[in-house]
Write a protein that binds this ligand. Structure first.
Ligand SMILES: [Zn+2]
Ligand SMILES: [Zn+2]
Length: 182
């Protein structure tokens, strides 16, 4: 399929990569794949294929691979979440490891790791990792998370519940997930 398209790359109309029955001269402005008016997506930098425009739903395109990728991401998030819970002092590193670990584990299992649904899945997974780390810290300190708002500041500090650094460390892996699958 791709060989045929490359052979005709510099000549006239070629079959659209998505719709082989449609002849087209349009090409994706990013990857050069032949696209037709039906599948091309208008962007500020020209017409793009659904993959490069990020409009293709990764889940719909390949549910099995996406499921496996999500599974791998969950495993990484669980491991990092537990490690983070046991060594919360290193949370800057844990938040980076969580973000990159989850997205790379997922991307490895996907052919075109892009799409808003993938971003959403990855973000949910990293948030679960962060929550898990907090739950473990709380468990180790023997506090009930539902009473967290009534805790004395000293306990809150021990739990790393200060809003600013805490939100930052939760935001970091979310940003990584968002960027990677954009
Ligand atoms: Zn493209
Ligand atoms: Zn097409």
């Amino acid at each position: 399929m791709t060989e045929i398209q490359e052979t005709y790359a510099s000549t006239g109309p070629v079959p659209c990569a998505e719709h082989p029955d449609v002849e087209t001269r349009l090409r994706c402005s990013r990857c050069g794949k032949p696209i037709c008016p039906r599948c091309g997506v208008r962007t500020p930098v020209g017409m793009r294929c659904p993959d490069c425009a990020g409009t293709r739903s990764a889940v719909a395109a390949n549910p099995t691979a996406t499921g496996k990728a999500a599974g791998a991401g969950i495993v990484v998030a669980a491991v990092v979440g537990v490690a983070w819970g046991f060594a919360p002092d290193w949370q800057f590193y844990w938040s980076l490891i969580l973000g990159f670990g989850v997205v790379e584990a997922m991307a490895r299992l996907l052919r075109s790791p892009r799409g808003t649904d993938l971003q959403a899945i990855a973000i949910v997974i990293v948030v679960c990792g962060v929550v898990l780390s907090r739950a473990i810290v709380a468990q180790r300190l023997g506090v009930d998370l539902s009473e967290v708002n009534n805790l004395r500041p000293a306990v809150q500090r021990a739990l790393y519940l200060r809003p600013i650094p805490d939100l930052l460390f939760a935001l970091l892996p979310i940003l990584i997930a968002w960027r990677r699958f954009r």
